[in-house]
Design a protein around this ligand. Sequence first.
Ligand code: FNR
Length: 398
Amino acid sequence: MMRKNSRIFSTEDARRQAKRRLPRLIFDFIEGAAGRETGSARNVSQFDNIMLQPRVMADVAQCSLATELMGQSYKVPFGIAPMGMCNLVHPKADTSLADTAKAIGFPVCLSSAASTSIEDMAGMAGSHAWFQLYFGASEEASLAMVDRARVAGYDTLVLTVDVPQVSRRVRDLRNGFTVPFAMTPSAFMDFATHPRWSLSTLAFGAPRPMNFTDSNGVNTFDRGASRSGADWAFLEALRGKWPGKLIVKGVTSATDARRIRSLGADAIYVSNHGGRQLDSVPPAISLLPLIREAVGPDFPLLFDSGIRNGEDIIKALALGADFVMIGRPALFALAAEGAAGLNALLKCFEAEISVVMAQLGVTSISQLGPNVVFDNAAAKGDGLEKTPRAALQLAAKT
Ligand code: FNR
């Protein structure tokens, strides 16, 4: 049911409601990360160390959030990151993501491990749907999935390369979280004490990974399987086979970025998987300027990991991203209030971007660069104007 007045004004509002509504097992699956979860926390806190430089008296009556990525126009500079099993948070999560992508005009990236099939998502989101590939049981099985995406009409493929093995996520291990579900006694208690979630989920049927069903209808998804087949040779094979846009996700090293670019990828997606893979990973936002420098000013870069509001989106765009993807906050909002919650949160992000642009004295996304990032070193020297390179190096160090 659509809520008339959303209670979501920030990611924190959505998270708080999601925590109340979801069984702990599910909430922990979303929020949890690798090891002690310090990498995940640093992704978020590092944004606080980046400050923006206000400018006054510019004519900012009209701000446009429109942007271009890989020759395509988008109404806003953000989309939804690939996330497996979204329908775990709300039975209509994938449908809501598709509807919202169409309504606002942004891309939604369907995970290989999604609770909706490649074909169904193409039907729901049309050209707004991208497909994210995990290397599967074999090269043949992986390329078969790519074929399905091509036949279904997808034009953008995202290859995720930062999950050679699924990392140890302590919350999931402790909770006995598996996909598909194993109904342990503690899971049963967890579901029983969250009846609203349990009843609505039961009514729609327990979500399953929908892209891994064999001809006998048996689900063959193995969450713990090695995905290390996504190597350099596979990227070359995939580039030869996939005629559309190819984005490589999970890149944090400038050296890797240069090599990926040389192998013909159309874009690089800078991400550390929200700290879900390596606890000691540097904050993704600190790596972004280094990768921008490595690939040059014009090569398309996407970014995620730690984005929690519109101001964070501005910072990522200023530090080298062309486009920003939203992860956990979208799932919290869906868990909290379904489609209305997702809409409310994304409207907050849009409004924040717009008012922050006005504060910075810019009216278009293309004006965002190191010029809007406060450079403490330059401020101590001969004023606030600085070279883009100096600002990028500063951001990388903080
Ligand atoms: C993910 N992520 C992810 N990435 C991917 O390439 N394929 C996938 O199937 C998934 N699945 C997934 C499930 C859940 C529950 C989460 C939270 C994340 C990673 C995702 O695309 C993105 O990189 C991170 O979510 C970004 O971090 P923040 O901003 O959410 O902290």
